[in-house]
Design a protein around this ligand. Sequence first.
Ligand SMILES: C[S@@+](CC[C@H](N)C(=O)[O-])C[C@H]1O[C@@H](n2cnc3c(N)ncnc32)[C@H](O)[C@@H]1O
Length: 311
Amino acid sequence: MNQDRDKRGRDFHRPVLEHEVAGLLAPVLPGVVVDATFGGGGHTRRLLDEFGESVTVVAIDRDPEALANASALGVAFVEGNFADLGRLVAELTDEPIAGVMFDFGVSSHQLDEPGRGFSYRKDGPLDMRMGPDAPHTAAEIVNEWPADRLADLIYRFGEEPLARRIARAIVDGRPYESTTQVSNVVAAAIPAARRRAGHPARRTFQALRMAVNDELDAVNSGLEQAIGILRPLGRVVAISYHSLEDRIVKQRFARGATGCVCPPDLPVCGCGRSAELRLLTRKPIRPSTDEIEVNNRARSAVLRAAEKVAA
Ligand SMILES: C[S@@+](CC[C@H](N)C(=O)[O-])C[C@H]1O[C@@H](n2cnc3c(N)ncnc32)[C@H](O)[C@@H]1O
């Protein structure tokens, strides 16, 4: 039974830095932990296996396909965007929240399933929505957005230096119905001499995915709400896969960990600021080479964690 349960989750997604996440959350137990990006439930499974009844996990994912994994683990689940974390958690529990974990981005299941339209290697519809709440589809963006807007998107989210050239080629090649049509046009727009490691459409597809799902706004809002709902000494743990995601986490944690900003020679504090967070990871934690060897998708992962200070 447990073997079926574990295989189902692992086929869906292999968790990244699971040992480190469990170690960072151990001190908040016993208590309720929110898995805000449940996916295949790998991080939750690890907590349940390691801490048994001292942890109660409640789960969120915007992808309705995650529900079956939560049922297999017997975990309460609500479908929704963690941009609405406070409201979603209130639907799941009225207990104090000891921990919140985020594992941003997409699951392997979403990437590997051609019908979801995330893959530049497999033919599929131009969808890329993680769930029905996403504000756009990839088809809308590639077929309707003006070249300037497309170029900004590909440059910013894809960190693609040839963004303008690619955006122009996408506009010129309209209309599109499938992922392969777009990935061929992007590949043809990049001269052989300017190609880097990996598939030439990888950065453009990543940018499209981030815009389709409004990913960075959700990270901002989800993190803010997670810090708001944590009980004193509760912990938030976040794994990012993109420098822009990580920057949001790093800056929010740093702001939260900043206390009084008065000059040191002022006899009494005049600014009224006190830190709301304590940083648990001054330097971010990254996967070991052993982990990356068995799970290539871990290669860009960056983990940061913070603790809410006592009231
Ligand atoms: C990297 S996977 C998480 C994998 C999970 N930790 C595991 O071990 O199986 C990211 C998951 O977060 C979900 N997700 C991403 N952004 C979300 C958001 N804004 N709100 C809710 N779920 C989100 C995706 O649908 C996906 O299932």
